[in-house]
Ligand binder design. Sequence first.
Ligand code: ADP
Ligand code: MG
Length: 590
Amino acid sequence: MKEKIHLLDENTINRIAAGEVIERPLSIVKELVENAIDAGSDAITIEIKGGGSDLVRVTDNGSGIPHDEVRKAFLSHATSKIERAEDLFAIKSLGFRGEALSSIASVCQVELITKTKDEMTAIRYRVDGGEEVSFEEIGAPDGTTFVARNLFFHTPARRKFLRTAITEAGYITEFAEHLAICYPEISVKYVVNGSNRLVTTGNGNRIENIYKVFGRETAENILTVKAEGPHIRLLGYAAKPIVVKNNRDHEIFFVNGHEINDRILERAVEEAYRPYLMQHKFPFVILILDMDPSLLDINVHPRKSEVRFVEKTVLFEFIRKAVSEALSQTELINRAEEDEGKKEKYVSPASAPEPFETKRRDAIAYEESESIFETVKEEAEYIPVQQSFDMKVMRPENRPYFRLVGQVFDTYWIIEYRDRMYIVDQHAAHEKVMYERFVKEFKDRQVVSQYLNPALIVTLDGRQEVTLKKYMEAFNSMGFEIEHFEGAEYALRAVPSGFMQLENREIFEGLIDELSEETDTTDVSVIHDRLATMSCKAAVKGNTRLSTGEADELLTQLLSLENPYNCPHGRPTMIEYTQRDLEKRFKRIV
Ligand code: ADP
Ligand code: MG
């Protein structure tokens, strides 16, 4: 049962994060949609024109506002969602400040039509720049329609600060798309300048919405991440690392229904992906977190786009581990699959949704509204079915079933495993094995130094010397022993065992040079990245003939790795053909 709308007391008001609530058209859309969700709606239509500054209309089928509370809803700090200051630490709704409607009404021309189930009629209420224009009873279906026209109409200076309509619309589009993904049980319809941009069924199938928004390639390569802690639940959608992004735009986080930006979550995710992605590449990840509201402060940003977590370190590790496990448990191998094969994985979706507004056609009519009342027949689309969550094939237990067939071009090994064939790049594979071994030893603090006799003398320029000093401690912990010799000369007395090639002067200097590019401190992740470089330098090259025995051993080691599929730089170590792939190529089957 919905509480009555009331004014918050002074004490509570003072504790609410202050700041501009309505910054741009997106802010209006966001606040209205949050209200619609809080009102229990399962169908929400968002319509915008002119990037949202000409018109925003949000229609929902939620609880509605009773007649006698409509005016109150527009007062500053009027809310039905919290009572007192303590409630700020146990917020279960998206809204809580009671500021949105009053803020929106003060910066544009507002029209509200709202009807509760229990009342016979709806109320149509109009406010211009905070001044009431009309209040009348009309007929309308249950739920609420909120129209905001001409944003900043009486403050042209502020209107100037808005970006172009296309840019502003872009922000809203992204919001609508993410909304559809966070709330698959809500049927979302998003209309831009009269044409449908996105329509979801509300059938609860999140992958289907990911497919609609991000396309087939992404949806097809999504792994589900699930984890639960005492007061937290994570549901995540992490794309296999073959889906690569150039920035963080596709690291999407929802916490208790709010989409937020957060460095901790970003870092945890990137840490989990690090073994699989090249440097400066970013993953596609959607994380949906539900946590006890007491572990979270959502009241830190006026537009609720940031939160403060109470237990940062625990959260970081919880996320990192969950994503990392999902990535390592699934086959991340590069499939040498042909496009034709892919269609089999799709089935037709459930029938297209019936926009609920059609029911309203007779009830309300506006000048602009014809277009959204049209029933839209969606084209039948293909959606991905259940992903192939097959057990990891590359496991030590499966070793007896792997058969080394032979080598081609002095570089690639052909391996058969049941109905699959792998082509392994010996250089990439060796690199990976070395890398993992070293990282493990480093973590377990088992690094053994190997002494060079005689010591290797290297001459470092000023910048290299600064870098060496900065990372000296890290170098030592990695098994190096480096001493100042004289002038600009340093003596390399020991290197980590297994990395004998590092006694090669150029390699060592190269390593120092790469490190000096980093502005960061002696962060472990920097060292790890450099380890990768080192192991690559030390790894056996293509075109070096390995004996069958050596290749056999390499395969065994590869199978023991958590992620045998990518070299430390993210390149694949192997590609896979199934028997079926070959049969298709030879046209034995179609
Ligand atoms: P808040 O969401 O922080 O409570 P708002 O200014 O956004 O503040 O809304 C004020 C009140 O108006 C809400 O608490 C709610 O009771 C009511 N309200 C607003 N929008 C809707 C809606 N779409 N459906 C039902 N009630 C609504
Ligand atoms: Mg609100």
